[in-house]
Design a protein around this ligand. Structure first.
Ligand SMILES: Nc1ncnc2c1ncn2[C@@H]1O[C@H](COP(=O)(O)OP(=O)(O)OP(=O)(O)O)[C@@H](O)[C@H]1O
Ligand SMILES: [Mg+2]
Length: 239
């Protein structure tokens, strides 16, 4: 479904990605692991066209994406839940969700309402807070809103950049349960995480980025079992 081949991305003179090759098949949850500054967010931004690759190709459903504008990439079926859950703080929960459907401006209002209803079913807390300003939500609630807003674009592939960041363990479990539900409902997922154990527990496969390159790739089960890999690449002291 998604295929990156030898992707090289620079910021000014400095390469952040030095030839990344990875693949996500339809229906999968794949996780992209790696320490700080290894290039995880840059990979997400390159897929979405927020930064342009210097060389290499990004293909989605058999067609090249690299070089296209972000809006066009979203229209083709990819949405991003950004790092640090950037919601529109001065808009209400409902307004944030409605903004998420901007690429479907021509869709009838009833269809948008139906999709907002779907998000409220996944996250009942957002329904309770529909008219609250997003900036006043708790961190966990903002993460739910960021995920809900991305779903409003009806993506076939959802990119998630560190959905567990800053959340308490109970909230992390809840968010990962919902990620699984979204996947079962038919959305393919590529999730970036530092929290390797939680991400691998719901993923089928994983890649480990190190210094802009894929250092390891394997099944989630094998990566979960490989304490040495997690120590070497992810800075974990122990499992
Ligand atoms: N806009 C930018 N301009 C210049 N350098 C950047 C920019 N964004 C990222 N970088 C650099 O690219 C490298 C990779 O950054 P990236 O954000 O992809 O890492 P990451 O793996 O997501 O890290 P983290 O776990 O801290 O979020 C870092 O060295 C970073 O400083
Ligand atoms: Mg990052």
């Amino acid at each position: 479904m998604l295929k990156l081949t030898d992707v090289v991305t620079y910021y000014g003179p400095i390469p952040a990605l030095k030839g990344v090759t990875l693949e996500v098949n339809a229906g999968e949850i794949v996780c992209l692991l790696g320490g700080n500054a290894s290039g995880k967010s840059t990979t997400m931004k390159t897929i979405l066209g927020i930064v342009r690759p210097h060389s290499g190709t990004v293909e989605f459903e058999g067609k090249r994406l690299d070089g296209l504008a972000t809006g066009e990439i979203v229209r083709r079926g990819i949405a991003l839940v950004p790092e640090a859950r950037r919601v529109f703080g001065r808009m209400t929960v409902w307004e944030n969700l409605a903004m998420g459907s901007f690429i479907r401006r021509k869709a009838p209002a009833s269809e948008i309402d139906q999709d907002i209803e779907r998000v409220y079913t996944l996250f009942p807390r957002l329904r309770e807070r529909a008219n609250q300003y997003a900036g006043t939500l708790s961190g966990g609630e903002q993460q739910m809103l960021a995920i809900g807003r991305a779903l409003m674009a009806r993506p076939r592939l959802l990119l998630m950049d560190e959905p567990s960041m800053g959340l308490s363990p109970a909230f992390v479990d809840q968010v990962f349960d919902i990620i699984q539900t979204i996947n079962r409902q038919g959305t393919t997922i590529l999730v970036v995480e530092q929290n390797a154990a939680v991400a691998l527990s719901i993923a089928s496969r994983g890649y480990v980025l190190q210094n802009g390159q894929i250092a390891v790739q394997d099944s989630a089960a094998a990566l979960l079992a490989a304490d040495d890999i997690r120590r070497a690449y992810l800075g974990e002291d122990q499992a």
